[in-house]
Every structure is written in structure tokens, then in C-alpha cells.
Design a protein around this ligand. Structure first.
Ligand code: BGP
Length: 493
């Protein structure tokens, strides 16, 4: 059995993890440029007494690999050829917002930045790949945070509208699939990056840290503003390019949160975890209204309640997304006595004794293909929309063998097992799946840890954690297996 006709096969990356050229052609720093891994939640900022503002202060002891990344900015024609070589019919990347509006609050866009994405999208089309474009993959211009405090400030909605209007007009007819904010539902765990919020006025300004002092009021105001911006994006996308479709982007791993046992407290706790990991953000984007459990939370904590306007809530109701998109990496186990932490892979809880494989230490993400099927089903039954799986993959520590090759059976197994479950979700469960994108089809800088050592690629890139390397690209064995699967449209699984 094959996958449906027109199924979108490909891979996904993000500008900040692949392009490098962090200050080239007019680009200015964005939120991730000042961090070594978003998991550290430790951005390079310092308080300037004279200006009375926060400003970038990189740590000379740290290696900011994303500044050069894998130099996709200059090597994209070669890299896209490698992707097309696997038979990809689409490729996901993001537009670096700070390439188009370097500070974020300019009136006019940076033409050089626009030209880069023109060339990139043209090249993708030439290679037979449909661009799937994330508008913001943790790439908010830093200035918008240090000057305005980021998304807790409603002015952000205007800056965002200007940005998306420019790119929708510019790339009209070239881009059919747009995604709004990457894994924005991660904002409750990482408000600085996922919601791009900075507390400009912590108590005793300058002494207290502006990242870890973000208040609940700021956070929930950012949540609301982002939802308004999401609705504006859908509206503008449909008005400017009616042929284009606009989806959201969630980290959906938390959807597969299992209760440790049938203790009703664990069952309710697992449900609550799914809700506050994923649904609280996805529900309003699909249903056009803030869910009751979020409203109830605000009623119980009146000082967390954001300022809302009727016209904006009407806008939200009238402009819901066309499809949902998400990443899936792992499942989690909820227990009332467990410490439910999370990272870029999703929610972590107790170990699941029924799962046999994990990615290598220190990452140790459990492998759970059935959790993937469970996730696709929950998403289908809850949202009744087409689904686009835009990230799935496994990070391994790999080196070339003595013959200069990489054999990666673990990655092949991971890929096959997840795709088999997807096939079941489509044909046995009736899920409406548009496509499947592997995360990091070429090795990129890790989002969570900022390192090169955690490799997801079917294509190896010669670059290491200390920054050295020739940047030469080499295909791994998994490259040829994914190619076979795509060639057979999933029949060969
Ligand atoms: C998701 C992000 C990606 C990506 C991936 C893997 O959360 O959207 O940007 O990198 O996770 O995470 P990591 O790079 O931390 O292994």
C-alpha cells in the first residue's frame, strides 16, 4: 500500500540552525543568536547603565556555532540538490525575520534579505521542491525584545503584520504552505525564546535577571498577542495569496503523555499535561476562541488575565488556520510524584518500561512510534483538520568510519517504524495526513543544546562542537533508504 497521491515528502530545517551568516547583508541579531542552545535559557545580555537598556553581551568563553552554522546561506544550491536527490517534493525552512526587518521596527524591509529568500525559493522550485515556510522559528529580532519587551507588548502585532505583509506580497505564487510560529506552545517552559518575552523592568532594574523574572501577566499577555498575530497572519495570507494555505506549528510530543497507571489522579494529571503542553495553544488557533480552561485559569488568577479587545477576538474567530502542523519526537509518562520537566523533544516524566530504545546519552529521548500514531489520532479527532507532520527524527552522535562512511541503522529503523505507524494512522484510522518531514535531513546546529554533535541528518556535515571542520557534506546510508521509501511513495516499508 502506498501513501496518498500528492503526499508531501521532505525534510525540515530552520534559518537560525542552518544559514550562518548571522550578520551578513544587513541582518541583525535575533533571539537565538545570543544563546548556545535554547535549553540553557541563558542569553548573552547585559544591562547598560548609560542607556538604561538591555543589550547583547556575548560570552567569549562560549562557542556560538549558529553564527556560522553549516553555512547554508552560501551553500544552499549544493544542499538543495542533495535534498532533491532523495526525491523530496518539498523542503521546510524559515525566513529569518531579522534578515527582512533587522531591528524589527523599521518602516521599510531590507532588500538584500528579501533577495536571498527569492533566490532560495526559486532554487527549491527548480529542484522540484515546494517551499514550506515557517514565518518565525525562534527568530524574533533581538531589538524588539530589548526595546519593547517582545510579545507581551501589543506593538509587536503591528511589527509582525508589517513583516508578514511584506513576505506574503513578495513570495506570492512561490510559497503555498506557510507556518506561523514554530513550537510556540513551548512558551510556558521557555518564555524567553518560544514567546520572545523579556522583562524590561524587573525589580531593582539591572540587578534582577530579565529572563527568569518574566511575570505570569507578561506571559499570558504574550500568549494573547501571539494568538491575535496568528489570526492576522491567516487573514493576510488568504487576502494576499488566496492559493496559499496557512498552518500553525506545535510541539506535539506532549500529546502522547501516558498516565503511569489507572490511578484517577494520574489519568487526570496526564490529561492536564496534554492540555497545558499542546491544546491550550492549538485549540484557539483551530476553534477561534480562547478555551474555557484557560479562561478559568485567568478567573482564578485575575492578575494574570491579559488585556483583550472584542475586535481582536472577532478576528480570531474569523481567521482560523487551514491545517495543523507539528513535531513529534517522543512520548512521556505522567505520575503524580514525577518531576514533569521538558526540553526540545517534549515533556519528560517517568521512564516508560515498555519502550526499548532511546537516543544516546546525554539526550536519551525514548523512541515510541506507537505514540506517534496515538498523537496523529488525537489530533484528528480533536481538530478535524488536515495534519502536516513537519518534524520527526533522531539525533545521534556520529563520526565517519575508516572508509569515510556512516552506517546509521538506528536512524533507518526510527524512520521506518514511524512511517509504518503513519500508514496505519492513514489507512486504519482515517487520519488526514498531508505530508511527513524529517527534522534535520542535513546535520544542523541543535536547537536545544547549540551543538553539532547531535546529528539528525541523512547528510553528514564536517563540523564539530569546537567549531572546526571543513563543512564538507557526505551522504549517510540512511540517505539511500529514505530515497527508496519516497520513490515507492511509501509502498516499500
Ligand atoms: C524542535 C525544534 C527544532 C529542532 C528539534 C530538535 O523543538 O523545532 O528547531 O532542533 O526540536 O531539537 P534539538 O535540536 O534540541 O535536538
Amino acid at each position: 500500500m502506498k501513501f496518498p497521491e500528492g503526499f508531501l515528502w521532505g525534510g525540515a530545517v530552520a534559518a537560525n540552525q542552518i544559514e550562518g551568516a548571522w550578520l551578513e547583508d544587513g541582518k541583525k541579531p535575533n533571539v537565538t543568536d545570543i544563546m548556545v542552545g535554547i535549553g540553557s535559557n541563558d542569553p548573552g545580555l547585559k544591562w547598560n547603565e548609560e542607556t538604561g537598556k538591555w543589550e547583547m553581551a556575548l560570552d567569549p568563553e562560549k562557542k556560538y556555532l549558529s553564527h556560522e552554522a553549516i553555512d547554508f546561506y552560501h551553500r544552499y544550491p549544493e544542499d538543495l540538490k542533495l535534498m532533491a536527490g532523495m526525491g523530496f517534493n518539498c523542503f521546510r525552512t524559515s525566513i529569518g525575520w531579522a534578515r527582512i526587518f533587522p531591528n524589527g521596527d523599521e518602516e521599510e524591509p531590507n532588500e538584500k534579505g528579501l533577495e536571498f529568500y527569492d533566490k532560495l525559493f526559486d532554487e527549491m522550485k527548480k529542484d522540484g521542491m515546494e517551499p514550506v515556510i515557517t514565518l518565525s522559528h525562534y527568530e524574533t529580532p533581538l531589538h524588539l525584545m530589548t526595546e519593547y519587551g517582545g510579545w507581551s507588548n501589543p506593538k509587536m502585532i503591528e511589527f509582525w503584520k508589517r513583516y508578514v505583509t511584506v513576505v506574503f506580497n513578495r513570495y506570492k505564487g512561490k510559497v503555498k504552505y506557510w507556518l506561523t510560529f514554530n513550537e510556540v506552545n513551548g512558551m510556558l517552559r521557555n518564555s524567553f525564546v518560544c514567546a520572545s518575552v523579556l522583562n524590561l523592568h524587573p525589580d531593582e532594574a539591572g540587578k534582577k535577571d530579565p529572563v527568569h523574572s518574566i511575570t505570569k501577566a507578561q506571559l499570558w499577555q504574550a500568549y494573547y498577542n501571539i494568538l491575535v498575530a496568528n489570526a492576522w497572519t491567516v487573514k493576510l495570507c488568504h487576502e494576499i495569496d488566496p492559493a496559499a494555505k496557512c498552518g500553525n506549528m506545535m510541539t506535539a510530543s506532549g500529546t502522547a503523555t501516558y498516565p503511569e497507571n489507572c490511578d484517577p489522579d494520574n489519568v487526570l494529571g496526564a490529561y492536564d499535561t496534554q492540555r497545558w503542553a499542546v491544546f491550550y495553544m492549538c485549540d484557539p488557533m483551530v476553534f477561534g476562541k480562547i478555551p474555557n480552561y484557560v479562561l478559568a485559569l485567568w478567573e482564578n488568577h485575575p492578575d494574570w488575565k491579559p488585556e483583550m479587545h472584542d475586535d481582536e477576538r472577532k478576528l480570531m474567530a474569523e481567521n482560523t488556520i487551514d491545517f495543523i502542523s507539528y513535531s513529534y519526537y517522543r512520548s512521556a509518562v505522567y505520575a503524580k510524584d514525577a518531576n514533569m520537566q521538558s526540553n526540545t523533544g517534549g515533556i519528560k516524566g517517568k521512564n516508560n518500561p515498555f519502550l526499548k530504545e532511546c537516543s544516546p546519552k546525554p539526550w536519551s529521548w525514548p523512541v515510541d512510534p506507537k505514540g506517534f500514531r496515538y498523537t496523529m489520532n488525537i489530533m484528528q479527532d480533536r481538530y478535524h483538520l488536515p495534519q502536516f507532520v513537519v518534524e520527526n527524527g533522531i539525533g545521534l552522535d556520529e563520526n565517519l568510519d575508516e572508509n569515510g562512511k556512516i552506517d546509521d541503522p538506528f536512524r533507518v529503523r526510527y524512520l521506518e517504524e514511524h512511517l509504518k505507524e503513519m500508514k496505519k494512522a492513514i489507512y486504519e484510522d482515517g487520519c488526514d495526513i498531508m505530508g511527513y518531514l524529517w527534522w534535520g535531513p542535513i546535520d544542523v546546529v541543535s536547537a536545544g543544546t547549540g551543538e553539532m554533535k547531535k546529528r539528525y541528518g541523512f547528510v553528514y556535515v564536517d563540523r564539530f562542537n569546537d567549531g572546526h571542520g571543513t563543512l564538507e557534506r557526505k551522504t549517510k546510508n540512511s540517505y539511500f533508504r529514505y530515497k527508496e521509501i519516497i520513490e515507492s511513495n511509501g509502498e516499500d516499508l
